[in-house]
Design a protein around this ligand. Structure first.
Ligand SMILES: Cc1cc2nc3c(=O)[nH]c(=O)nc-3n(C[C@H](O)[C@H](O)[C@H](O)COP(=O)(O)OP(=O)(O)OC[C@H]3O[C@@H](n4cnc5c(N)ncnc54)[C@H](O)[C@@H]3O)c2cc1C
Length: 356
């Protein structure tokens, strides 16, 4: 048989597929990315927030000491390559929503693991734009990735290198034989699925349990608000310049589609008034919806198929793609090159069983 034209085909050009392709190309692999024509994906809706301590319970992300430096270093490398800024470091002011949250914060700041990520003093801001009767505190090492700018530059780069195609792949067009995978006329040594939430329909990986969550997000113009840091009060307000803010996001586990809904818009606008008060002139610039590829145990799905090692998966980054994808793209690309790499916590082997 002829040597396949590609080492790796990747289906899905969100942040997962794009950063994995970038790493594989860097290592000299022959790569082809294939992704839906409309380019709509969760990655392009996302606020791109990077926040080490999240949730009501203020939980520090596992492996943060690996995820965060790898993400910052990859984004910096991409910034240098494209001469454009993608990652914006921005402090985050977290507002106490109830008095119950204060002892929890005190407990966290007393914990040495949390100290690099939380300020130890509370804040009573005098910004007349903010409603914060209980005060708040600053979270550290936070920021956001401009995912659209990054994915646009990467798309141009892949096109220049003839490494991407914009079309929908149908599973019936995928053929596997012992030493190659065929997707229509394309042939490769292996195929990696980076399909985001649509991966839950994948017939080769239908044994992986997903818990996809729809999210909606508003882009708003709010004059004279004068806020230049991320405000987090369960929902977050992200200033992106010129009095424009992104506000989100909702979580919905039913009716998973990519359509913006009136209900979510109302929920968001109501939550916003609790942060910035009423009587403001707010202009809606955009209302977007996407579906997060969340998993049952909140850990990613990475690895090769137990019976068809020509097929692999790199998915399940939930609501933390900007933080986690760079680390796992690096690990998985090295693994695909044959290196002994450990990504046990994310390895799909945890779901292998004898029936597969
Ligand atoms: C409203 C909202 C806010 C969010 N905010 C944040 C945030 O602040 N910080 C953060 O880190 N994360 C956030 N997320 C989550 C983040 O979007 C995801 O973690 C990440 O983008 C997932 O990337 P992905 O590449 O796996 O999936 P996606 O971005 O969904 O990409 C999957 C791609 O695969 C393509 N595809 C699928 N099937 C096929 C097929 N058969 N043929 C061709 N192409 C196919 C799709 O078209 C798509 O382009 C948010 C998500 C939402 C919805």
């Amino acid at each position: 048989m002829n040597e396949p034209a590609y080492d790796t085909l990747i289906i899905g050009q969100g942040l997962a597929g794009s950063l994995l392709a970038w790493q594989l190309l860097e290592q000299g692999q022959r790569v082809m990315l294939i992704s839906r024509e409309d380019r709509q994906c969760a990655s392009r809706m996302a606020a791109g927030l990077v926040n080490p301590v999240t949730g009501k319970r203020l939980v520090l992300s596992a492996q943060i000491e690996q995820y965060l430096p790898t993400a910052l270093s990859l984004y910096q490398q991409l910034e240098q390559h494209f001469s454009q800024r993608f990652y914006h470091q921005k402090s985050m002011l977290r507002l106490f929503r109830s008095t119950d949250e204060i002892p929890l914060w005190q407990k966290r700041v007393a914990d040495p693991d949390y100290q690099p990520y939380l300020e130890t003093t509370t804040r009573q801001e005098h910004n007349p734009g903010l409603q914060m009767p209980l005060g708040g505190f600053r979270q550290l090492q936070t920021g956001y990735l401009d995912t659209v700018a990054l994915l646009d530059r990467l798309d141009e780069y892949f096109m220049q290198h003839r490494a991407c195609l914009h079309k929908t792949v149908h599973y019936k067009d995928i053929l596997i034989n012992s030493d190659a995978v065929h997707v229509g006329a394309l042939q490769a040594r292996r195929l990696i699925f980076c399909e985001g939430y649509q991966g839950s329909n994948n017939p080769w990986f239908d044994w992986l349990p997903y818990k996809p969550a729809k999210g909606e997000i508003l882009t708003l113009k709010i004059d004279q608000l004068d806020i230049d840091e991320i405000i987090n009060a369960g929902k977050w307000l992200l200033p992106i310049g010129d009095n424009v803010y992104r506000f989100g996001a909702t979580y919905e586990w039913q009716g998973l589609d990519e359509q913006a809904s009136v209900t979510a818009k109302q929920e968001l606008l109501q939550a916003l008034t609790q942060i910035i008060g009423e009587n403001r002139t707010i202009k809606l610039v955009r209302h977007q919806a996407g579906v997060r590829p969340c998993t049952m145990d909140t850990r990613p799905y990475i690895g090769l198929h137990p019976q068809h090692p020509q097929l692999g998966i790199f998915n399940g980054f939930g609501s933390k793609g900007s933080l986690m994808i760079p680390y796992y793209a690096k690990q998985f690309s090295k693994f695909l090159q044959g290196d002994q790499i450990d990504f046990t916590e994310a390895d799909i082997k945890r779901y292998w069983n004898n029936d597969l």
